[in-house]
Write a protein that binds this ligand. Structure first.
Ligand code: HEC
Length: 111
């Protein structure tokens, strides 16, 4: 029966516990799920998009978001976030976000 404890005791014996731990945490970080997106949103985008600070489109204003997605298309919106806009810093304060993350964040805000 495989378990993390077993793996750790085995890797201790072979003396590569540190690299195994790094590898394991790497596996745990990949594969964004809904909870990750909510956390990323809270850490990066919420500062402006929760309150509508600086005239940012608010999270949950689905009418406005849907209109924007229709008008500009999703790839353009993702590009906007990556390049930054007049008031929005490039990357929207998320240094580790991928295009797929931005898409999910935009979809999350549009609901
Ligand atoms: C410092 C404030 C701030 C942060 C942080 C921020 N935004 Fe924005 N965002 C804005 C503002 C303000 C606008 C409206 C355009 C402008 O004036 O810059 C905007 C516009 C947008 C748009 C519309 C782009 C377009 O082409 O019209 C998207 C999509 C967006 N933000 C996504 C995000 C995402 C995703 C994050 C988090 C990773 C984020 N923003 C973080 C302030 C912010």
């Amino acid at each position: 029966m495989f378990s993390i404890t077993t793996l750790f005791s085995q890797t201790y014996r072979t003396g590569i516990a540190t690299s195994a731990a790094v590898l394991l945490s790497g596996i745990m970080m990949t594969g964004a799920n809904a909870a990750d997106i909510a956390t990323t949103y809270n850490n990066s985008c919420a500062a402006c998009h929760d309150s509508g600070a600086l005239n940012a489109i608010k999270k949950g204003d689905s009418a406005k978001w849907q209109q924007l997605i229709k008008q500009k298309s999703m790839p353009t919106l993702i590009k906007s976030v990556k390049n930054g806009m007049t008031q929005m810093p490039a990357g929207g304060l998320c240094s580790g976000c991928s295009d797929a993350d931005y898409r999910e964040l935009i979809e999350y805000m549009s609901k």
